[in-house]
Design a protein around this ligand. Structure first.
Ligand code: NDP
Length: 446
């Protein structure tokens, strides 16, 4: 009997009401793996998919902290430990006002398959808070991070659950979180990744997600005898992932022409070269300013409240947040003959947009494959920590590149093997799912 995707989704919606992003992420995976559930009765009959959508553990907690005016503020903290079949829970922490349980379940669910694709022994998890670091002083951010860790520390560990950064959690926040963990646990361990280079961090970890997305896109183009070289590229966001996507586009000889933040986007037709990018890094990571300042500094146009998808270009890299590329945006990209879309962010393209790209033959690299370089390099940081080793830049960059080449290969081959050639969404979902499903079957009903 054919596995019923709609019956399964009805059950998910009933058990987890009010979590639309989670439903969206699950729907995409279950649609892709339906043929697997039909072909492998063992997986279907042992309710593997039913178990995968239920987090192994959810921790929710109060995070009280004192602001600079002496007032007590209260936020909510979360850690969703989604799946540990192939390794300790691994996934970032997001600090953003939109964070809630449903958003973190969607991100944790995606993380299961992404981590499986990296070839490293990493389970899936995600966490964070509805705290907004924007507009807060460094001291406020520190007090918040310390309070957050006062609860989280007892649930994590280098062999249990290893968080990292995500939106709103960069090197400053990881530093404060690690300092507090160390104080409470009385232990210097690789419990967080994305640490500073002088205290257990890996070289290339800050660059890894953005670099990896471009390496993945380069592999997709290579399969078509093409390259990013001399291609114009749209990039959204201007945080960690976007900055290093631009840097790698520049290294390959392409031209990035846009960046954005939640206020709007800038269009620089001459390209965001390394000098301009250095200015952006200082603006975003040190001065914590807005992207509109780029327009003033370099004399280009700024489009308030808009996203960059109507600009003519060859490739597009959404690197900001979920559902930032609508069906309308996808139509514009297709009518502008964009040849490739690769997701630096998690689930930035709405499902109808993904379908349109696939129908129109636009190369489409889904986030769980294209942005897996970040968590892969976190895995490399864990290996270095466990072996008390420090690898040089070149070594880590080469390993990252090889991992992205391997991820591309397994998505490509899984798509071919299951009758959907060129469909990287199906390829990524099937390859990631099979690895975790086999481990779950071997480990019994847990
Ligand atoms: P950052 O916080 O460094 O940057 C996020 C960027 O996206 C900022 O420019 C921000 O603008 C913009 N943004 C955030 N929310 C919105 C919104 N609702 N509308 C428009 N713009 C928005 O985060 P990262 O670069 O680390 O993460 C970006 C994406 O990449 C996320 O989807 C994340 O899950 C994903 N990712 C990150 C990894 C990592 O290693 N960091 C690994 C894999 C995936 P503003 O400052 O105005 O909010």
């Amino acid at each position: 009997m054919t596995y019923s995707v709609s019956a399964f989704m009805e059950q998910v919606a009933q058990r987890s009401p009010g979590e639309p992003e989670f439903h969206q992420a699950v729907q995409e995976v279950v649609e892709s793996i339906q043929p697997i559930l039909d072909a492998y009765p063992d997986i279907r009959d042992n309710s593997v998919m039913e178990r995968m959508v239920e987090p192994e553990r959810v921790i929710m907690f109060r995070v009280p902290w004192v602001d600079d005016a002496g007032k007590i503020q209260v936020n909510r903290g979360f850690r969703v430990e989604m799946n540990s079949a192939i390794g300790p829970y691994k996934g970032g922490l997001r600090f953003h006002p939109t964070v809630n349980l449903g958003i973190l379940k969607f991100l944790g669910f995606e993380q299961i398959f992404k981590n499986a694709l990296t070839t490293l022994p990493l389970g899936g998890g995600k966490g964070g808070s509805d705290f907004d670091p924007k507009g807060k002083s460094d001291n406020e951010v520190m007090r918040f991070c310390q309070s957050f860790m006062n609860e989280l520390w007892r649930h994590i560990g280098d062999r249990t659950d290893v968080p990292a950064g995500d939106i709103g959690v960069g090197s400053r926040e990881i530093g404060f979180l690690f300092g507090q963990y160390k104080k409470l646990a009385n232990q210097f361990s690789g419990v967080l990744t994305g640490k500073g280079h002088g205290w257990g961090g890996s070289l290339i970890r800050p660059e890894a997600t953005g670099y990896g997305t471009i390496y993945f896109a380069e592999e997709m183009l290579k399969a078509k005898d093409d390259s990013i070289y001399k291609k114009s590229c749209l990039v959204s966001g201007s945080g960690n992932v976007a900055q290093y996507a631009v840097e790698n586009i520049n290294r390959i000889g392409g031209k990035a022409v846009t960046l954005s933040d939640s206020g709007g986007y800038i269009y620089d037709k001459d390209g965001i070269d390394d000098e301009k990018l250095a200015w952006v890094k200082d603006l975003k990571n040190v001065r914590r300013g807005r992207i509109r300042d780029y327009a003033e500094r370099f004399g280009v146009d700024y489009f308030e409240g808009k996203r960059p998808w109507a600009v003519e270009a060859d490739c597009a890299f959404p690197c900001a947040t979920q559902n930032e590329l609508s069906l309308q945006d996808a139509k514009r990209l297709v009518s502008n003959n964009v040849i490739l879309v690769a997701e630096g962010a998690n689930m930035p393209t709405v499902p109808d947009g993904v379908r349109l790209f696939q129908d129109e033959g636009t190369l489409f690299g889904p986030g769980k494959a294209a942005n897996a370089g970040g968590v892969a390099t976190s895995g490399l940081e864990m290996s270095q920590n466990a072996g008390h080793a420090v690898w040089d830049r070149n070594t880590v960059d080469k390993k990252l590149r090889n991992i992205m080449v391997d991820i591309h290969k397994s998505c490509y081959q899984a798509a071919e093997a299951h009758g959907t050639p060129g469909n990287y969404v199906a390829g990524a979902n099937i390859a990631g799912f099979l690895k975790v499903a086999e481990a779950m079957l071997a480990q019994g009903v847990v």
